[in-house]
Design a protein. Structure first.
Length: 606
């Protein structure tokens, strides 16, 4: 059944209240709802890693009016407070580079999603495969992530095989966005995203020494260059403070361009509007009444973190519509972009018809091929000489003062000391990612977690689907991650886990008193069977690096335009990437936004 455009036209007339500035006082609110004028050239849905870039770049022309819709708010307004010194540090997560599992629970910054059973992980689901969390703030996930800035090698982009996205072209856009501390022609200077190594964790020097004394040594690949050892990770940080998509692309620009860059927070887009030619002409969204405020109420019971437990009460909301004269750009993320497409009738026709969703365009690839990286951890203990692993150091008021006054010390350090693409020591095909992550000292003092992740994702991937019980109104999609399904992925992780054990057995680590405390070789030896069992049942979790749910080739052309006869609609987020990013995703998604903005400008020249 094709989409009923008479119904669509009626809806357009019914909700013809688009393109109004809702930053007015409540007295003006009702009057301004009646205003009708097609005043936006572009609508960008989502102010995250790539969406903030696109909106900022398109609004560089003062004659171009851009509406940027974001469900979250300004990241500094989390409403969270702590009591201990360490909890005060937690409240700084939105500005500091460090990352903590408790930031995932801040409702003003995140959206938590559920997942269905994962067959290769003992049918675990939901929190049993780790929280599936996306950023819900200006800056998106760059406001809450670990902050690692890692580029894939140019050859990775060459393998995409798409015009406009080769290694040479993408490298030029990486340079455009970077303000890199390294004096190297490979990196950019004076771009909006500051990149530096910053202070190294004490543990890094020990791990680096261990990695180069192995026989054979670990060999890492950074932006296509091979080197011995594990390099210290670059981070999007400036003088100890996080640089996210909001601070890099929107904070100054939105104020300077307030006449043509309208940033609207508290706006959840629920549907794309199409005309009779299947051109995207606007969006429908739920918006919080600007005359009302969300408020916080105390909840009975004590917050396990200390202090009073609080919950956010939602203010009144209204349904609005905004129209775009040129294009609608979806940057809602790897889960919400395909969900929005499916709810709007763009996706596999047979599946949509079964659920009673009117079909606008038959695109079987929407919501398919979800590439989700699998992370597996080993834990090592007794690092008593390492200050950032010592809870007494972190809880010392002097440590907080050091950060407040100097932006230095343990609180200025990233959660990752290493995040490296490692060349397999056995075969070229078994490249993997090795990383070091924090274990919270208050929970597990003097513990070190070393992790492994598959560099590539093989097999069909996972799925993003409509909720069968309420396909049009459900807030969240169904998600099937299908992690670790392919033998090639598990094999790469097995090799990494063995290398982790070999590295931690090197004299430099043994002399520090480190030993494996979980799972231990007594419980999990290095055999294929035992390691596969650990991957299936042990400390294995989702990496937050998912891609490819509306990818080039299946859903999009090489200019990121939605295919299937649809016009005026693009996707610019991780869902557009054709396969798993062979590095951390943040740098690549900044580049994606920069390249997409130029493609959009080229296609809309007057």
């Amino acid at each position: 059944m094709r989409f009923s455009f008479s119904v669509c036209l009626s809806l357009v007339l019914l909700f013809s209240i688009e393109c109004i500035d809702l930053d007015s006082s409540s007295r003006e609110y009702s009057r301004r709802l009646k205003a009708t004028s097609p005043c936006y050239d572009f609508i960008v849905v989502g102010a995250g890693n790539a969406g903030a870039v696109v909106a900022s770049r398109l609004s560089e022309d003062p004659a171009v009016r851009v509406l940027l819709l974001e469900e979250g708010d300004y990241s500094q307004d989390s409403g969270e407070e702590g009591t201990s010194q360490h909890q005060k540090w937690i409240s700084k997560q939105i500005t500091t580079p460090r990352h903590d599992y408790r930031t995932w629970a801040i409702p003003a910054l995140t959206e938590q999603l559920n997942t269905e059973a994962n067959p290769a992980l003992n049918n675990r689901s939901g929190l049993l495969v780790g929280p599936v969390v996306t950023g819900k703030a200006l800056g998106g996930s760059t406001a809450i992530n670990i902050g690692a800035y890692t580029r894939p090698a140019p050859a990775y982009f060459d393998r995409w095989g798409f015009e406009h996205w080769g290694g040479e072209e993408t490298t030029a856009y990486f340079r455009k966005l970077e303000d890199h501390e390294d004096i190297n022609p490979e990196y950019g200077k004076n771009g909006p995203v500051h990149v530096e190594r910053g202070d190294a964790q004490t543990m890094y020097s020990y791990l680096y020494e261990a990695s180069i004394t192995m026989d054979p040594p670990l060999c890492s690949s950074s932006a296509g260059r091979l080197s011995y050892g594990l390099p210290q990770v670059y981070r999007a940080v400036q003088q100890g403070t996080r640089v996210d998509a909001y601070t890099a692309y929107l904070r100054t620009e939105a104020e300077a361009r307030k006449d043509n860059l309208i940033v609207r927070t508290g706006a959840r887009v629920t549907r794309i509007i199409f005309d009779e030619s299947i051109r995207a002409t606007g969006v429908e969204y739920i918006y919080k009444d600007p005359g009302a405020s969300d408020f916080w109420t105390d909840v009975a019971g004590e917050d396990p973190r200390g202090g009073i437990s609080r919950q956010r009460e939602k203010a009144a909301h209204v349904t609005l519509q905004a129209n775009a004269k040129r294009e609608v750009i979806l940057s809602a993320g790897v889960f919400f972009t395909p969900h929005l497409l499916l709810k709007s009738g763009v996706g596999p026709a047979a599946e949509l018809e079964t659920l009673g969703v009117p079909v606008v365009a038959d695109l079987p690839g929407v919501g398919k091929h979800l590439m989700a990286r699998t992370n597996v951890l080993f834990f090592f203990g007794n690092g008593s000489v390492v200050p950032e692993m010592n809870p007494f150091v972190l809880n010392n008021p002097a440590t907080t003062d050091q950060y407040d006054l100097e932006r230095r010390g343990p609180y200025s350090l990233g959660a990752l000391g290493i995040y490296s693409v490692v060349k397999g020591r056995k075969t070229e095909e078994d490249d993997y990612i090795m990383f070091m992550t924090d274990v919270i000292p208050e929970v597990a003092p003097r513990m070190l977690a070393l992790g492994c992740a598959n560099l590539k994702v093989h097999g069909p991937g996972g799925l993003v689907l409509l909720d069968a019980f309420d396909p049009l109104e459900a807030r969240h999609p169904r998600i099937q991650l299908n992690m670790a399904a392919a033998e090639e992925d598990r094999r790469a992780i097995r090799h990494c886990l063995r290398d982790v054990r070999d590295m931690m057995a090197e004299p430099v680590m043994a002399n520090l008193g480190f030993s494996e405390v979980f799972p231990t070789e007594r419980l999990v030896d290095n055999s294929e069977k035992a390691l596969d069992e650990w991957i299936s049942r042990g400390y294995t979790f989702y990496s937050w690096h998912a891609t490819s749910t509306a990818r080039m080739g299946d859903v999009l052309d090489s200019r990121l335009r939605v295919q299937g006869g649809v016009k005026g609609l693009r996707v610019v987020d991780a869902g557009a990437v054709p396969n798993m990013i062979e590095a951390g995703p943040m740098a690549t998604l900044y580049m994606l936004g920069e390249r997409a903005a130029d493609l959009i400008k080229e296609d809309n020249q007057d």
